[in-house]
Design a protein around this ligand. Structure first.
Ligand code: FAD
Length: 501
């Protein structure tokens, strides 16, 4: 059979993943000069998962590439700005640290700032490296303005993402997608037809009998994994042995007096609690491991830990951490929760959607569906999933907490070889192995290691050649610049207010 262009794309699912996939496919991908015919099917009867509020900095590039108006985005999604995550009680109860987006200061000659800090620090100092981070300093003051476009400027040394209501974001993307020609079909898929010759999906049928044919199917059906799992039977690799949390309670609460420009994650007795400030409310949730705490006790711990009154009853969501063995199978590409799930500790699910869509556009097939394209897509998605998994497991593994059975379990559990190597490398030399250049950067790994108290035994020997007085002057300058720059920025709430006019 001769290969032809893929023209008809059918997206199953209208959650965050579905609309985040449909819009760029319609807007950015052409075949022979013409756009794709994109149809999105969503079921009001089934609904969406309805959580997901914190993001990572590449969301900005996603929005910009699609030409989304930044002020309209801010207004319609009730977004706030995010400079990073504050981790409370993770190293031990009472301790806090900040994983900020961005660097720790400029290099001194050939020597990077972190090596300079390691050389300069007092022997018992495990925390003051944070004082060199612009993102951390700005967050401490509840301030915000976008960084300077010149990365050499102190005001260019940080980055940011957003907190938003993912449901409102999906609705905003839907408006744009429909304007870009995406056809939305409301209905529930009850049958999936496979071509007898090769088992490729040829059409889906809705409960009212409507039939939708396609060349390529994007499975954004959430945890149901309608095409990739239920139909094509691609298995799921369960990572619960390394990430034992399997449930979450989510609840909105009233806004607080201060609009903080960061997510807060607080370690609890058998999991952790998130706090995500939006313009009009705070999103809260408790991620917990049901082997260590009953669901009612987890719900109670969440409500006890709120700092403002709840606005609704908490909602329970169950999940299994892991990923599909393959996320591109035949003519089906799974994006979003259908492809896998990692708990939201580092806000990575929407990031995986962005990268999943970006790679599909980059590796877009013709109707021959060359197996090597799927293999390359799967290789890159797997590498990213595994790299994020290691990063999240690190949070649990390095904790010094031993006050509950859950934390004792985490400290003793086996970890992937890749992470064991990462920990050895950092502890011995302060160096970081980057397995996936598209995932967390070196500065993020350093933040986590240092925040959890893993201080390297040695540092880059180049730093030993720096005279102590030169290092001391450099350290003073870095800190003074960070403080002065952070002081010059407006309050986070005032900045948003000004943007919204
Ligand atoms: P869903 O929202 O479940 O959408 C599935 C869609 O498929 C729906 O439209 C449904 O109607 C449709 N569908 C299903 N079956 C059929 C059928 N038979 N016929 C027709 N339509 C069908 N991510 C982040 O990046 N940051 C966070 O802070 C964050 N927090 C989270 C907290 C929790 C507790 C959880 C569980 C997830 C969190 N996530 C977060 C992940 C995020 O919520 C999801 O990745 C994101 O919303 C994408 O979901 P989805 O679109 O894949 O699935």
């Amino acid at each position: 059979m001769t290969a032809g262009p893929v023209r008809k794309v059918v997206v199953i699912g209208g959650g965050t993943a579905g609309w985040m996939a449909a819009l760029p496919l319609a807007k950015l991908r052409t075949v022979g000069g013409a756009g794709l015919e994109v149809t999105l099917v969503e079921s009001a009867e089934i609904g969406t998962i309805g959580v997901g509020e914190a993001t990572l900095p590449p969301i900005r590039a996603y929005n910009a590439t699609l030409g989304l108006d930044p002020v309209e985005f801010l207004r319609k999604t009730r977004a706030t700005f995010k400079l990073g995550i504050e981790f409370c009680d993770w190293r031990r109860p009472g301790h806090r640290f900040f994983h900020g987006f961005g660097d720790f200061g400029p290099p001194l000659g050939q020597v990077d700032a972190f090596s300079c800090w390691l050389r300069h620090r007092a022997p018992d100092d495990t925390s003051s490296y944070e004082d060199w981070s612009m993102a951390t300093e700005v967050a401490r003051r509840n301030r915000f303005a976008p960084p300077d476009s010149d990365p050499r400027s102190p005001l260019g040394a940080y980055s940011y993402a957003f907190h938003f209501d993912a449901g409102l974001y999906a609705a905003f993307l839907r408006e744009q997608a429909e304007q870009a020609g995406v056809t939305r079909v409301e209905g529930t898929v009850t049958e999936v037809a496979l071509r007898p010759a090769d088992g490729f999906v040829s059409a889906v049928t809705l409960s009212d009998g409507r039939r939708i044919e396609g060349d390529l199917f994007v499975d954004c059906s959430g945890q149901r994994a309608l095409l990739i799992g239920q139909t094509l039977r691609v298995g799921y690799e369960d990572w619960s042995a390394q990430l034992p949390c399997n449930g979450a309670w989510a609840v909105p609460s009233e806004s607080a007096a201060q609009l903080t420009p960061f997510t807060r994650s607080t370690a609890r007795s058998a999991g952790w609690q998130w706090r995500i400030p939006l313009q009009h409310r705070i999103g809260n949730g408790m991620v917990f491991a049901s082997d260590f705490i009953g669901k009612e006790a987890a719900r109670e711990e969440l409500l006890q830990g709120l700092d403002t009154p709840a606005l609704a009853d908490p909602r329970l969501i169950n999940f299994t951490t892991g990923r599909r063995h393959r996320v591109w199978e035949r003519n089906v590409v799974a994006i979003g929760l259908s492809s896998g799930f990692l708990e939201p500790l580092e806000s990575t699910a929407i990031q995986l959607i962005i990268d999943g869509v970006g790679r599909l556009i980059e590796l877009f097939p013709d109707t021959s569906f060359a197996p090597a394209l799927a293999a390359e897509y799967n290789r890159r998605m797997h590498r990213q999933y595994e790299s994020i998994r290691d990063f999240i497991v690190l949070h649990y593994k390095l904790t010094q907490r031993d006050d509950t059975p859950f934390w004792r379990h985490c400290a003793a559990m086996p970890i992937p070889d890749t992470l064991a190597h990462q920990i050895d490398l950092f502890r011995s030399s302060g160096r970081v192995a980057i397995y996936d250049p598209e995932s967390f950067r070196e500065s993020s790994w350093i933040s986590l290691f240092m925040g959890l108290g893993a201080v390297p035994a040695h540092h880059d020997p180049q730093a030993d050649a720096l005279p102590p007085n030169v290092l001391a002057e450099y350290a003073r300058r870095v800190r003074a610049t960070v403080v002065a720059s952070a002081d010059s920025l407006p309050e986070h709430a005032a900045y948003i207010h000004r943007q919204l006019g």
